[in-house]
Design a binder for this molecule. Sequence first.
Ligand SMILES: [Fe+2]
Length: 540
Amino acid sequence: MTAAGEILDAARLLRERCAQLGLPTWLLNPAGLVLAEPSEASLAGLWLRSGEVARLVSRAVTDWSGAEKPELQAVMPGCWLIGLAQMRRRRVGGYLGALAMSRGFLESEAFVATCKAAHIDVATTRHVMREYANYDEASAKRVRLTLEWMLEDLRERHDQHSTIEGFTTQLTGAYETIDLLYALGRAMNEPNDPEQFVTRALERLRANMDFAWVGAHFEDDARIAPVVHGRTFVVGAPSMTRPALIAAMRRHIIDLGRPVARMIGSDVPGFLPDGGPQVIVQPVLRDSKAAGYLMCGEKKGLDPQVSSYDTQALEAAAGYIGPFLENAGLYADQSAMFMGTLKALTSAIDAKDPYTCGHSERVALLSAQLAETLGIERDLVDRIHIAGLVHDVGKIGVPEHVLGKSGRLTDEEFAAIKLHPEIGHRILRDIPLLQDVLPGVLHHHERWDGRGYPHGLAGEAIPRCARIIGLADTFDAMSSNRAYRSAMSRDTVLAEIARCAGAQFDPAIVPAFLGLDFTLYDQTVADAPAQRVFKVAAAA
Ligand SMILES: [Fe+2]
């Protein structure tokens, strides 16, 4: 129950007890204004609700002057008002006034006067009021004390309830913040997908904070991952357009020159129907400057006002998102540098043989395309791409005159070429970042029927990555001019690959390869400087 509900409940309980004790009651404000009259029926009610009685009761209340524990007040001779203060924010917000009457009062001139003022019969009213006239001054004082103790007990219960309620709210808020930060912390281990991280973070925020929508916008800031530059992410359905959303974020963070969390009130036109701070903007800081913004809007639930928990949770989330995007940017830089180095290395090797220029990049491209078509997950596809790029790195150890020989190779020369998978494996095996691509390098010349090299592996004993690269490698070799033959047409190459399914190639992956779209491959061939050296047969 809420605190307000608890107060109302206490007042109702006190009125019930007073009724049982034969004490008619009024609810009054500290100035004596009647908020609720006695509910007694018939003549008793007419007398109690009459203007004269109400005026006397109101005057008694004003005499208490806002006292927290008012004394028994004589309203008329033999008739007393007991006051029970109702506290609001540690101040007296009103009184429950209970009227205690004596038998003697019913015989008094004062009683007769009030009946006449109310235009009701004195004798009949006296008769019905006997039910209430059970007190004298001493017993009225005792019942006042008893009711006051009861009120103190109710207040104590209310305070305890409020304390527990507040503690529960704090505990729930703290748990939800921890839960949110734990989820964000776990997601930070995947620096290669900043878009997914931001989307998931916003989804978690929205679920935890009970807002209709949560949004983020990132600037073209060199300190955060380029993939989010200029991007806006929104989870939920804001009642304002995206450009208006971004403008609001900027206005409240940048234009004010204060990169701190801001609650937005009714000064943002168009989406705050009732005014009040229902929207929070939080900067995503790098080096004390806003590289982006988070925004929560249109709070739902029983309390539509933004709470300190909401601002803390949003600030904490921004504290995770900022460093994550910076790390993701560094990771992207490192990856680009790593890939650049690999490409430079493989280009240098391909250049040893003028007929195989650009071969490694094309094999990498086709291998990745094939892996993707086979339904292999994104991360693994990226690794297969790298394996395709470095698959022939061992050719660095094969003499140039052997690689570029136009005539028939001698047995010794062929044996020298056959060493390149193992040489490549030896070159790469000490590089920690390339451990998972080693099987593709070592086994890309194995055959499904076991007649390949270097180990003569057969069937599924050949790592799948090597089966994929081997197929792409053969396709590119057949499609290119060689020192000893011209390029074969696309139709001939594909027919040859189909024919060799189950012999040279894994029959399970050949159909997927035959269905590939070779547009990008042909484009790569057309763009390569190697075009001057050889010509790939045009697509049929
Ligand atoms: Fe090779």
